[in-house]
Design a protein around this ligand. Structure first.
Ligand SMILES: [Zn+2]
Length: 206
């Protein structure tokens, strides 16, 4: 990353976007034509109505990270759709750095561009669904965009979310100096719960 901020850089305020850890899976599909690429994309656009979807690569290797809250039967349905419609597909029900390394190497071999995914500011693990924060410094206009993986967030978990996010930012490799009373703004959920009728309208059920 190479970014480094002096410990003296004074924080004006921290905006905290809590993560909502759920069950996760990564899907990889080999798309052999433009038509197949489009079909895969359309399928995951649909999945995006029911779950959080983060595209990882788009090309010969199509891959997506998906997170659901609660019921994981959606994963089985996606897996079935992929297996019946495409020649080669893989699902990883719990993913790690190894998964992302595998995707990257498959993408390299097939010249598929890979999206840049959020990296944990503490341990550098890739996490498509991180806890996020933006930090406004008094000395610069552009805020810093920070992300923390599920594991680090759990490790420093606190009753008080303000204490948690200050601690995460304090441990960030940027080495920011975070005062115990640095103002924290808790941001509303980015992911909205979808009403039942909306999910019913999607053909992926059944
Ligand atoms: Zn981490």
């Amino acid at each position: 990353m190479g970014r480094s901020y002096s410990r003296q850089a004074e924080i004006d305020h921290i905006r905290f976007f809590p993560a909502h850890p759920g069950n996760r899976a990564v899907f990889m599909v080999e798309a052999r034509s433009r038509k197949e690429m489009r079909q895969v994309r359309e399928l995951f656009d649909m999945v995006g109505q029911l779950a959080e979807v983060v595209p990882i690569s788009h090309g010969t290797v199509m891959s997506y990270a998906v997170q659901v809250q609660g019921d994981t039967s959606l994963f089985g349905k996606i897996e079935w759709l992929l297996k019946t419609q495409f020649t080669f597909s893989v699902v990883e029900r719990s993913f790690s750095d190894v998964t992302f390394r595998l995707i990257r190497s498959l993408c390299e071999e097939s010249n598929t561009p890979v999206e840049e995914l959020p990296e944990c500011g503490i341990c550098a693990t890739v996490d498509p669904f991180p806890t996020r924060a933006t930090v406004d410094l008094k000395s610069q206009e552009e805020p810093l965009h920070l992300a923390y993986c599920t594991r680090c967030t759990a490790r420093f978990a606190e009753e008080d979310e303000q204490v948690l996010i200050r601690e995460l930012v304090r441990r960030d490799r940027l080495r920011l100096r975070v005062a115990a009373d640095a103002p924290v703004m808790l941001m509303p959920e980015i992911i909205e719960e979808r009403p039942e009728w909306e999910s019913d309208a999607v053909a992926i059920t059944g």
